[in-house]
Design a protein around this ligand. Structure first.
Ligand code: AMP
Ligand code: GLY
Length: 421
């Protein structure tokens, strides 16, 4: 089978690694890929937001199966164009991708499905939004309706912060994404991410994870795309998982079917769990980065079979082969991230890192220079390891970190602190 993966971050490197563990894969191309991915697969230059261009590439390269990594091509309808061209694709339609691309859409779906989530108001006009904040008081959460690269959510501790956030959003700081705003009740509890494959009708859980969004140790400092993650998340007990499926995932999938826009792909269910009760914080319609690195490390080659079964509507006959294992990924980022950072600093020691089914250093933002690697992004590497316990996975992941010599980079030393106790 010839496979194309769209994307070029640590998530896509881990997807590429897992796909290559499966003997069904004859040829793998990743577009655009990155310098780490180029070590294991062919990388291609392609406008991945242009469905017509992607479909044309697939015909030229005899691609049988496309895996779409990031949300942006899903939101522009690349999966629809590929399906129209008769190409199997892992990733939802543009209509179903609204579960990530529009927060007010998701809230309306939850209302219709009876799924527990924060109470909210939806506003297209600044004055009404301000009145709502004043009526509800703080803490309160202000969200740009559209895709804002992870920056469109402000958890306001004071009314003034919420009002300032509204000024920014209605003032155009998030472009079209902020022309509509959702204001939510502040939820308390512990967060976890739940990953479920869906083929429209059937939901198959493939793992849980917790990520660390803040740049600093002890979950302090600015929000990032994610500084590390571990899987499974202990808060996702069997009982909580069953409730999340019964109360949130299945009713939402049924509502999407009822509307004629079934969801096919991976649903990333962001949950807040309090006293054993899960409530939905948000959906994403793709794997999380860096959560994906931990899931792929645990699933290995079967990930390809599962993604193919999802695309072909065959999940009813599928099961996941679980090992009683744990995985952790530690992100190495350029100093300054998520603010300004420099590119081009030399990273050495990567060749000393073991690469096997327990250890992988996935590349998120590197480039080649003079036969070595240099930093080429904010999040640069994801040191990922698996073990029989979370302690073992953590020791192995930090063992990888310690072999990497990159003075211009930093990482958090406390990934998994909540679960490691
Ligand atoms: P997002 O960018 O949508 O992933 O949201 C960023 C983060 O904001 C989430 O991971 C939560 O930590 C937090 N958050 C979002 N909505 C709420 C809410 N209603 N109550 C409390 N925290 C929230
Ligand atoms: N790590 C969170 C995300 O991928 O959205």
């Amino acid at each position: 089978m010839n496979i194309l993966i769209l994307g070029g971050g640590g998530r896509e490197h881990s997807l590429a690694w897992a796909v290559l563990q499966n003997p069904k894969c004859d040829r793998l191309i990743v577009a655009p890929g990155n310098a780490g991915i180029a070590q294991i697969a062919d990388c291609a230059t392609l406008d991945i937001l242009d469905g017509g261009a992607v479909a044309g590439f697939c015909e030229a390269e005899a691609i049988d199966f496309v895996i779409i990594g990031p949300e942006a091509p899903l939101a522009t309808g690349v999966a629809d164009r590929l399906r129209e061209a008769g190409i199997a694709v892992f990733g939802p339609s543009q209509a179903a991708a609204r579960l990530e691309a529009s927060k007010s859409f998701t809230k309306a779906i939850c209302d219709a499905a009876g799924a527990p989530t924060a109470s909210y108001g939806h506003f297209t006009e600044a004055q009404a939004a301000r009145d709502h904040v004043r009526a509800k008081g703080a803490p309160i959460v202000v969200k740009a309706d559209g895709l804002a690269a992870g920056k469109g959510v402000i958890v306001a501790e004071t009314e003034q912060q919420a009002l300032d956030a509204l000024d920014d959003m209605f003032g155009g700081a998030f472009g079209a994404a902020g022309a509509e705003v959702v204001i939510e009740e502040f939820l308390t509890g512990e967060e976890a991410s739940f990953f479920v494959l869906c083929d429209g009708e059937v939901a198959l859980p493939i793992g849980t994870a917790q990520d660390h969004k803040r740049a600093g140790e002890g979950d302090t400092g600015p929000n990032t795309g994610g500084m590390g993650a571990y899987s499974p998340a202990p808060v996702m007990t069997e009982a909580v998982t069953a409730r999340a499926l019964d109360e949130i995932v299945r009713p939402v999938l049924a509502e999407m079917v009822r509307r004629g826009t079934p969801f096919s792909g991976v649903l990333f269910v962001g949950l807040m769990i309090e006293a054993g009760a899960p409530r939905l914080v948000e959906f994403n319609v793709r794997f999380g980065d860096p959560e994906c690195q931990t899931l792929m490390m645990r699933l290995g080659g079967q990930a390809l079979d599962l993604m193919q079964a999802t695309a072909e509507g065959r999940l009813a006959g599928c099961a996941v082969n679980w090992a009683e294992d744990h995985a952790m990924t530690v992100v190495l980022a350029a100093r300054g991230y998520p603010g300004d950072y420099a590119k081009g600093s030399v990273i050495s020691g990567l060749e000393t890192c073991p690469e096997d089914s327990f250890h992988q250093v996935f590349h998120a933002g590197t480039a080649r220079r003079d036969g070595g690697f240099v930093a080429n992004g904010g999040r640069v590497l994801a040191a990922t390891a698996r073990g029989a316990t979370l302690q073992e996975a953590a020791a192995r992941a930090y063992g990888l970190v310690d072999r990497i010599d990159w003075p211009e980079g930093f990482c958090r030393r406390d990934i998994g602190w909540r679960a490691l106790g």
